[in-house]
Write a protein that binds this ligand. Structure first.
Ligand code: ATP
Ligand code: MG
Length: 420
């Protein structure tokens, strides 16, 4: 061990487990790529104000969890705690919304940072794959995103997840609800922090995870009773499209989510095998966000799925991913000349599209075969002086144990045809 360890709340992704993370990212991305979403990558840090305004001054993310710092040049930056504000900032900056092709559909994959209390499924550095559809108000777009996330999870073999769905209303109907809720909440006995929250973002109080707070909330006015006709019809259409697609969901009137920018459709994916960190992903519509960060009105919808928690969910369900072999052929040279010859064969195999590895470091037969086994290779190629003198190499099928001499000149094409 060295003097250093991974910082608190972080962990390293190491092989072979890291292959599962890559496979999860790929499985989430695949349905998006097939549905017109283009890949976007933004910097790992942004102007701190983008998140203060975009995510919301009253959220835990901004008040407690953000890694904010001042650069040597005096700029105030923050490591990105989430993806939506950055993606929208980038789309606006590049005028993607003016290219006359709305919605702008984008997907991303990357690292996010929140200064949280570390626990299982909650880290200070974590990974998300996300999708945003910018500039269009259409219930089919909300439904599309939920269906694609469902498809991604199912393609991984996950079954025990649920989709929670709610509507948060819009700027027409939410103010009246907000006032009614504030009136109710002000009459409750609550701590200082929560009382402050009542004035800044009362809907967030509904999201409080503490049971004693939840108990006091019984009888609180429900948003459903305040939704305007437009929001009601929109929400009914989203629900109908999901039902028609055979995607099961649960109406959850208390679902608020921890970011200030959501309007109308809000949803969360929860997995029942994860204990208290049960949310594997979430998202919703954010029709006001663009204006909040200084852009034009651009109704949009998106989600972000957590890669770390999705991997934990796979473990909880005991799902084994069908991962492709990383090495198909492993070459074991015995002696100097064999090293040169087999290294050449390995290079040729690789150039021909066959995943191949090599017994480096001049180990003996036993040690090198152990490595060949560990590599998971289907075939081992073994050659010593005598083989080379005869112009052959030994080709060993690692599954059947069968071994045969193959002419050196044809071994590459032989392996390529055997491996299909
Ligand atoms: P939670 O309520 O668990 O704090 P959240 O509402 O803050 O989640 P989002 O901001 O919606 O989460 O992020 C989307 C997804 O990213 C979450 O569902 C989760 O899978 C993942 N995620 C969020 N924060 C963390 C974290 N600190 N560690 C690991 N994954 C996280
Ligand atoms: Mg959180």
């Amino acid at each position: 061990m060295s003097t250093f360890q991974a910082p608190k709340g972080t962990y390293d992704l190491l092989p072979p487990d890291s292959a599962r993370y890559l496979a999860v990212r790929e499985a989430i991305a695949a349905p998006l790529r097939d549905s017109g979403y283009g890949y976007i990558e933004t910097p790992g840090f942004e102007d701190v104000e983008l998140f203060a305004r975009g995510v919301g001054e009253s959220t835990d993310i901004v008040t407690k969890e953000m890694y904010a710092f001042e650069t040597k040049g005096g700029s105030r930056l923050a490591l990105r705690p989430e993806g939506t504000a950055s993606v929208l900032r980038a789309a606006l900056e590049a005028n993607l919304h003016k290219a006359g092709n709305l919605p702008v559909k984008l997907w991303y994959s990357g690292s996010y940072y929140r200064y949280e209390r570390p626990q299982k499924g909650r880290y200070r550095h974590f990974s998300q794959v996300g999708a945003e559809a910018i500039g269009t108000e259409d219930p089919a777009l909300d439904a599309e995103l939920i269906i694609l996330a469902d498809q991604a999870y199912r393609s991984l073999g996950l079954r025990n997840f649920r989709i929670l769905l709610n509507s948060l209303g819009d700027k027409e109907c939410r103010p009246a609800y907000r006032e009614a809720l504030q009136g109710f909440l002000r009459g409750l006995e609550l701590d200082e922090d929560t009382r402050r929250r009542i004035e800044i973002n009362p809907l967030r109080v509904l999201d409080d995870k503490r049971t004693e707070v939840q108990r006091r909330l019984t009888g609180a006015p429900m948003l459903r009773d305040y939704l305007c006709d437009g929001c009601k019809a929109y929400h009914e259409e989203v629900r109908a499209l999901l039902a028609a697609a055979g995607v099961a969901f649960e109406d959850d009137e208390k679902l608020v989510r921890g970011l200030d920018y959501y309007t109308r459709t809000t949803f969360e994916f929860v997995h029942d095998g994860l204990g208290s960190q049960s949310a594997v992903g979430g998202g919703g519509r954010y029709d006001g966000l663009s204006e909040m960060i200084g852009g034009p009105a651009l109704p949009s919808v998106g989600w972000a799925l957590g890669v770390d928690r999705t991997v934990l969910a796979l473990e909880a369900e005991g799902v084994e991913l069908d991962l492709p072999r990383s090495t198909s052929v492993y070459a074991v040279p015995l002696g100097e000349e064999a090293r040169r010859v087999l290294f050449g064969v390995v290079t040729e195999l690789r150039r021909g599209g066959v995943a191949a590895d090599f017994g480096f470091g001049g180990k003996g037969l036993k040690g090198a075969m152990k490595n060949a086994n560990r590599s998971g290779a289907r075939y081992a190629l073994v050659a010593g002086e005598r083989d080379l003198a005869e112009g052959v190499v030994q080709l060993k099928d690692m599954e059947s144990g069968e071994q045969q001499a193959v002419e050196l000149a044809t071994v590459v094409s032989e392996l390529r045809s055997r491996l299909g």
